[in-house]
Design a protein around this ligand. Structure first.
Ligand SMILES: Cc1ncc(COP(=O)(O)O)c(C=O)c1O
Length: 358
């Protein structure tokens, strides 16, 4: 069939990104989600929704004020989004013109590339070294007057590495003409943040998600913290109704249940220590991680490993096509019990594929 209606050139040049959209049965260690559930209080909130509530367009203002209060921000500094994915999209739409540059270190979260390359701007990347440490010097050197947006995921996916506060400040200072997004999707598993600098540093934007520690990936809820002036531009671009009523009804309940959040984060942190130990015993190379996942190097048998794990009931994510990640697989960390199941599967899978240390 011949296409008669072609998309913009930028879209024709894009690489399609196709995560699995069905059939994820088993222990889900492939998408860095909460591997258990959201707080039971969220389900109670869902149960209180009336049919007439769904007849109305969503009203986000009060919930944004609640999130602002929770994070010690002003209500005008908070924008709820349909996941951090929408936040990235809105930043690209707001700041990137033809001839501009969107700069970020690689490997990193795939959607920076997707949304950046769907604009008429240039995506410009700098490589992290073999240790995947934050490439500060290379990033600073890559900033030009055309740089209008910079993204730093900290902790970063798929590597689990972080950028320090000093490094982030150096980028903010080097590029005062660019919006600098610090993507703190995995904040809870790390514990360090720069959100306190929002409004004090004019070009800083911080993203948080409710998809990971809070266990609300299915509701699609994220947020951007940014100076009030910048938020006015972001609100000009975003759909006022992109966060739906069910998500808005659930969010205060999720924020209220601090005990549940702390329980889950504590489980993951303890399980992470066990997982790192287990990988060390198995002799599988890994990178130090501050997130709820660990990147491991399987080598040339990465695809067989992922398949063997799948047969054993554990989903993992092959990241070997990411820049600098040949032979790498990313494994989400869940609870201690789940990680013991994963560890048993891993030992079996490595035997099954006749894995040998490089
Ligand atoms: C660094 C990073 N940012 C953002 C996201 C997406 O978050 P959300 O589910 O809120 O769109 C992910 C998801 O894996 C991620 O790894």
């Amino acid at each position: 069939m011949v296409d008669t209606v072609l998309p913009r050139l930028a879209v024709q040049r894009m690489h399609a990104y196709h995560p699995p959209l069905s059939g994820r049965q088993g222990l889900r260690l492939d998408f860095n989600e909460n591997t258990v559930a959201c707080s039971p209080r969220v389900l109670e909130a869902l149960g209180r929704i009336a049919a007439s509530d769904l007849a109305k367009y969503p009203e986000r203002a009060q919930v944004e004020a609640r999130v602002a209060q929770h994070l010690g921000l002003e209500p005008e500094q908070v924008l709820l989004t349909n996941g951090v994915d929408e936040a990235i999209h809105v930043l690209c739409q707001t700041f990137l013109d033809r001839g501009d540059e969107f700069l970020f270190p690689t490997p990193t979260y795939s959607m920076y590339e997707v949304y950046g390359s769907s604009t008429d701007a240039m995506v410009k990347t700098v490589s992290s070294g073999e240790d995947f440490a934050f490439p500060l010097e290379a990033l600073l050197a890559a900033v030009t007057p055309e740089t209008k947006l910079i993204a730093i995921a900290s902790p970063n996916s798929p590597t689990g590495t972080v950028a320090s506060r000093e490094q982030i400040l150096a980028v903010l200072e080097r590029a005062p003409h660019a919006a600098v997004l610090v993507d703190e999707a995995y904040y809870h598993f790390y514990g360090q943040t720069v959100i306190d600098l929002v409004g004090r540093v004019p070009n800083l934007v911080v993203a948080r998600t409710f998809s990971k520690a809070y266990g609300l990936a299915g509701l699609r809820l994220g947020m951007l913290a940014a100076p009030a002036g910048m938020q006015q531009w972001l609100r000009t671009v975003i759909s006022p109704y992109s966060v739906n009523s069910l998500a808005l009804a659930c969010l205060p309940a999720a924020l209220d249940d601090e005990a549940y959040l702390q329980w889950y984060v504590g489980e993951v942190k303890a399980a992470r220590v066990e997982m790192v130990d287990c990988l060390r015993r198995l002799g599988v190379p890994q990178w130090p991680t501050q997130a709820n996942f660990v990147l491991v190097k399987i080598g040339s048998r990465h695809a067989e490993f992922v398949q063997a794990m799948h047969r054993l009931g554990v989903l993992t994510r092959d990241r070997s096509k990411d820049p600098g990640c040949a032979g790498c697989v990313r494994i989400t960390v869940g609870t201690r019990e789940q990680m013991r199941q994963a560890a048993t599967a891993m030992s079996e899978a490595l035997i099954e594929i006749r894995w040998e240390r490089a």
